[in-house]
Design a binder for this molecule. Sequence first.
Ligand code: HAM
Length: 425
Amino acid sequence: MRFKAPKGTYDVLPEKAEKWEFLEEAARSIFKIYGYRPIETPIFEATELFARGIGEATDIVQKEMYTFTDKGGRSITLRPEGTAPIVRAHEEHGMSQWPQPVKLYYAGSMFRYERPQAGRYRQFYQLGVEALGSNDPALDAEVIILLLEYCRSVGVKEMDLLISSMGCSECRSSYIEALKDFARERISKLCPDCARRFEVNPLRLFDCKNPACGEVLAGAPKMIDYLCDGCRVHFESVKGHLGKAGVGYKIDPTLVRGLDYYTRTTFEVQSGYLGAQNAIGGGGRYDGLAEELGGAPAPGIGFALGIERLAMAVEAESGKIPGEYELDVFVVAVDDSVRVDAFMLAQRLRGEGLVAEMDYLGRSIKGQLKLADKLGARFAAFVGPEELAAGLCRLKNMVTGEQEDVPLGGAPAYLADKVFEEPVK
Ligand code: HAM
């Protein structure tokens, strides 16, 4: 039997992991510029947190959670998303006493038992932000702009921003009545899943992927036409801020987000380069979630994006993502008598901040040079008995082939000057 990564999961091999590191570092630095601070929450939580937070009737809770009973008899779920855990942590640690709003960012694996396909996995990696403690529409605009700016900064040029409003509990209930009236008359044309959704949570009718149901629902009433005055003013203000900032958007009243906690603003950033799973990231406001989870009221807004889809979009548009491995110096030991000296030179080179490698398999000089070449080393530093006796080290520029002897003691600083002053690219 040969083991393989479980269905819907994958290994992130170094070449890809380096690109992801670049993307994640870029995210962390822009999130910080906007005042967000890092937070980490557990990978698993009480099942009830997600059932209540995301909504019993959602596809995520109904079919996609990795849920098990632990040895203490508790029902545990691997987190399918990061917002409910952060709202739980906000309440648990009294963050409403911190300076408001509390702005947090996170990065980590999420788990959903979905049907795997390109851009859709069972374990995937999200980067996200959450801002809690304010319902100011400026914050909605800021969060949306942050998502767009970040994507642009790493090389996504073409993307669509879709926005909508889900209203509040009050205007939503009159909308749900209208939607129910509409669906009730057409229930025989809807699939059995939709018939169930109609009973449990009619808003989830829009989750259905069945084209026939899609056709029926195309004529359904739109939430956006049922907004109460407060929600309408809020939505107008979000749009106003986006307009002032020169951000283009499309209003999509059918924007279906797969989570029930949204109130007011919802948004998604989509790329035409991604195929069926075209959402790079999305989010929205969740002003009722803290209370839903049994805590004090705390309005909030945030987004999450999937790094796999972001990387796909960047590569499709820009061709490459920086971050690849670059070897500055390969230390060549000319014979066995100087291996410890070669080891020490490699250590000193690393002390200068250079990426240094050496041979650990007893290769010949030729073998070592071949490896240096394969690894793309910019320089080779030869350590040999004769050079050592003379206090020297021979350096070879692997690109031009030029060679020179330099004092061994000064070689690391000398090479550091060369490498840091003349970047290859
Ligand atoms: P979401 O739309 O479910 O929202 O996920 C956000 C992003 O995660 C998606 O746009 C997509 O890029 C990525 N993603 C979701 N599922 C998968 C999957 N199975 N495979 C690969 N990538 C996936 C949330 O999770 C909310 N917590 C976002 C949020 C934050 N709302 C408010 N604050």
